[in-house]
Design a protein around this ligand. Structure first.
Ligand code: TYM
Length: 342
């Protein structure tokens, strides 16, 4: 019963938090893969607003960003006639399954999560929310409700995917085979784009320390160019892919270029043989601007009529709810809850 692959397309589920401006990292690490894979899988893409309240946030911005992220999914190529696009909090099964899974998730598993350690270290110990610790269980609920076979994400979500698999396996062991065990789907290039201002830290939409940290998907071309041209490099000259932490800035620009142009590493190194960092930055900036152009054009078209996205999200929530509530019903039965009389 946990196998939805028999005679059917396999499923994917993924999501982005509406917690800031989407970056080129989100695009090459996640959204671009979703757009490609939606024709091979039955796809569910949600805007994970419940995740976005685990750190201090502004309610007005949350509502605005939730719509913006949904519109960007479409602008990046998600076809709402092919994939189900919805908002996590519109499907109450996500919150409910989280609570049920909390009952079988050892605290030790959550304490080990590196994202929790990183994010909680940035706050006063006493103000870290319970939600931040529980965040990966909510993510597991997102995935397991849809019996997803694969989860297209960037490298940073790998540990959360492993936890999801552990929770699913534990549940299946305790209560009988219920959940599909999902596989991470991590792109071969662009799975971990680093900050332009600090190439030792992941590029993040919630990093607001420097205006040169990330290129946002809605940055005007000149701002995007300027950010790339200001990217931190080193005092060397050689333009080669490298794991040397001293050369992380140049390597990051090369990886971004590789992800955007789909050229081989040898060809890229040859292209820049004998050239300077300025040439590399110019080429990356143009590749970024070429990628942003059509996305921004579609975004403008899609958001001209503000009810379009809201209607589409209502339709998406309906479809998502059908699938999620069926799984939740099985889970409740397996866990021994008394069904109310109807
Ligand atoms: P979030 O919102 O931080 O990021 C969304 C997606 O973008 C990828 N990503 C990156 N890829 C490459 N380079 C980067 N610098 C970069 N930054 C982000 C992320 O890996 C992610 O795929 N916990 C998730 C959201 C989530 C989720 C889910 C994902 C909630 N429930 C269920 C998949 C399935 C997160 O915070 O992603």
């Amino acid at each position: 019963m946990s196998d939805n692959s028999v005679g059917k397309r396999k499923r994917v589920l993924s999501g982005v938090q509406p917690s800031g401006n989407l970056t080129v990292g989100n695009y090459v690490g996640a959204l671009r893969q979703w757009a490609r894979e939606q024709y091979n899988f039955e796809s569910f893409f949600c805007v994970v607003d419940l995740h976005a309240i685990t750190v201090p946030y502004d309610p007005l911005a949350l509502r605005e960003k939730t719509r913006e992220v949904a519109a960007l999914y479409l602008a990046c190529g998600i076809d709402p006639e092919v994939s189900t696009v919805f908002v996590q909090s519109h499907v109450s099964a996500h919150a409910e399954l989280t609570w049920l899974l909390n009952g079988i998730t050892p605290l030790g598993w959550l304490n080990r999560m590196t994202q929790f350690k990183d994010k909680s270290a940035k706050q006063q110990v006493d103000s870290v929310s319970m939600g931040l610790l529980d965040y990966p269980v909510l993510m597991a609920a997102d995935i397991l409700l849809y019996q997803a076979d694969a989860v297209p994400v960037g490298e940073d979500q790998k540990q959360h995917l492993e936890l999801t698999r552990d929770i699913a396996q534990r549940f299946n062991h305790l209560f009988g085979d219920t959940f599909t065990i999902p596989d991470p789907m991590i792109p071969p290039t662009g799975a971990r784009i680093m900050g332009l201002d600090n190439p030792t830290a992941k590029m993040s939409k919630s990093e607001t320390g420097s205006e040169y940290h990330a290129v946002y998907l809605l940055d005007p071309p000149n701002r995007a160019r300027k950010k790339v041209m200001r990217a931190v490099t080193d005092s060397g000259r050689e333009i080669r892919f490298s794991r040397d932490p001293e050369r992380a800035g140049v390597n990051n620009l090369l990886e971004l270029y590789e992800a955007l142009t789909a050229q081989s590493r040898e060809d890229i190194e040859q292209q820049f043989d004998g050239k300077g960092y300025g040439d590399l930055k110019k080429a990356v900036a143009e590749a970024v601007v070429d990628m942003l152009g059509p996305i921004q054009q579609r975004y403008e078209d899609l958001t001209r009529d503000s009810s379009y996205i809201d209607n589409l999200l209502a339709r998406g929530a309906e479809r998502a709810n059908e699938v999620a509530s069926a799984t939740l019903k099985t889970v409740r039965e397996r866990m021994g809850f008394l069904e109310p009389l109807r």
